[in-house]
Design a protein around this ligand. Structure first.
Ligand SMILES: NC(=O)c1ccc[n+]([C@@H]2O[C@H](COP(=O)([O-])OP(=O)(O)OC[C@H]3O[C@@H](n4cnc5c(N)ncnc54)[C@H](O)[C@@H]3O)[C@@H](O)[C@H]2O)c1
Length: 423
């Protein structure tokens, strides 16, 4: 079996993780890195030595278009693990040359731009993959099969609680962190749109239709968006969504917290509740009191997702785990949450504590009551705005309201000028 031939755009940040994964796959004979690029080549002298580019015959560029022009005929696909606002143009450049893309999540956070990307993807030889890591977990797929077979009864609701503390320095790590816009392009970087996007997409997967690879379709969304950090976007989300199948989903996510990172996906069915903590704990709690525990498999997300995509490209798998079209509900949820919320409210100052972690020399802004506020929202439907966070819940936003998305984002960013993003 010939190794799959790959080009990676970028070397730092998460692109470095793709280099590590592809390096490993190359050692095992599954892949071959043909070329890579980064505009800041000088910053990667040591990494280039570590990855033995010269020895492996990897061609290195400082411009992705030059790299694609020179090597597109030798590639099976291109990896795009770059800043969100560059995804669409890089995906367009690769697909125009017939090349499918392993595109890091989120594909884009602009629903109109996503439609343009779906259209562009038709030029590629095969469908692109969006790198939502956890859809292909064996334990997830097996549970979803059982759910679809009716073993747990009808799905009545689904909730996600996700608390991932981030130091204040996290929002200064690059020029797009926490931004709503970059120039005239939508970024909308946030805990929901970026860092914890996997779990949001997972929850939509649980609540999908009759097919295994299907995601919930949204009928209406209500949201309250907040920030504790001095950023343009939101670092705390409370979102309630009704699906077209009549299931109510609730999402509570925040970076304004402290302690260990936690997340819990819950699927509430007539006969049982599924509790799924990626990599840690998977349980089916039956209504009759039985508890079924499933041991999560060892899972290296990047290596496994690369291998799964390689199988699809070789014709051995029916589809990529998540296509651009499969990402529509996730992008719509994010956009409708912004439209519904209408504004991003500062969490009242007395509720926010500043903590210094002397060990890692980092500062955190944390709402000590955040876990309780999450629980009150997810379990009881109590919105923080009406219980001390001083705002009204957002209006109901439906897919028809997506037409207002760019105006809402522009107003949130305090901008008077027009946006070209996704238009
Ligand atoms: N799947 C996951 O678990 C996971 C984890 C972290 C990040 N991500 C995703 O990976 C993507 C990148 O995030 P990041 O935090 O690493 O971003 P980043 O800002 O660190 O950028 C990554 C790399 O892209 C390079 N780059 C920037 N402009 C470029 C250009 N014009 N041409 C070529 N390279 C360019 C940067 O130099 C950098 O090396 C995002 O979509 C993010 O959401 C995914």
């Amino acid at each position: 079996m010939a190794p799959v031939r790959i080009g990676i755009i970028g070397m730092g940040g998460f692109a470095g993780s793709h280099h590590n994964a592809v390096n490993k796959l190359e050692d095992q004979g599954h892949a071959r890195l043909i070329c890579t690029c980064d505009p800041h080549l000088a910053a990667f002298t040591l990494s280039r030595e570590k990855w033995r580019f010269a020895e492996r015959g990897v061609r290195v560029y400082d411009n992705y278009r030059a790299m694609l022009d020179a090597h597109h005929g030798q590639l099976d696909f291109v990896v795009v693990p770059t800043p969100i606002n560059l995804h669409a143009e890089m995906h367009a450049a690769a697909t125009a040359l017939g090349l499918p893309v392993y595109l890091e999540k989120p594909p884009t956070l602009d629903h109109a731009e996503l439609e343009q990307m779906i259209a562009a993807d038709a030029h590629a030889r095969k469908s692109s993959l969006v790198g939502f890591n956890f859809i292909i977990e064996k334990s997830r797929l097996a549970l979803k099969e059982r759910l679809l077979a009716g073993e747990f009864g009808a799905v009545r609701g689904a909730t996600l609680s996700a608390l991932w503390p981030r130091p204040t320095s996290y929002f200064a790590r690059n020029n797009w962190a926490g931004r709503l816009l970059m120039g005239d392009r939508v970024v909308l970087d946030s805990c929901l749109g970026n860092a914890m996007a996997h779990f949001v997409h997972n929850l939509l997967f649980w609540a999908g239709g009759a097919e295994l690879f299907s995601w919930a379709q949204l009928a209406a969304v209500r949201a309250e968006l907040y920030r504790a950090h001095a950023i343009e976007g939101a670092d705390t989300f409370f979102v309630e969504a009704d699906t077209t199948a009549g299931v109510t989903m609730r999402f509570a996510l925040s970076h304004a917290c402290a302690g260990p990172s936690t997340q819990l996906e819950m699927v509430l069915c007539d006969k049982a509740t599924i509790r799924y903590v990626v990599g840690k704990q998977i349980e089916v709690r039956w209504a009759d009191g039985r508890v079924e525990r499933i041991v999560p498999e060892h899972f290296d997300p990047l290596v496994e997702n690369h291998l799964d995509y390689h199988r699809y490209l070789r014709g051995e798998g029916a589809r990529p785990a998540t296509t651009l079209a499969d990402s529509r509900p996730f992008v719509a949820l994010n956009d409708l949450a912004h439209i519904s919320s209408g504004l991003i409210t500062s969490i009242p100052a007395p509720l926010v504590s500043r903590l210094r972690d002397d060990k890692d020399q980092k500062d955190y802004l944390s709402v000590p009551t955040m876990a309780t506020v999450h629980e009150n929202f997810l379990v009881r439907g109590a919105w923080p705005g009406s219980t001390g966070w001083e705002r009204a819940t957002g209006e109901v936003a439906t897919p028809a309201d997506l037409a207002r998305f760019h105006d809402v984002v522009r107003a949130m960013a305090g901008r008077q000028d027009g946006l070209s993003a996704g238009r």
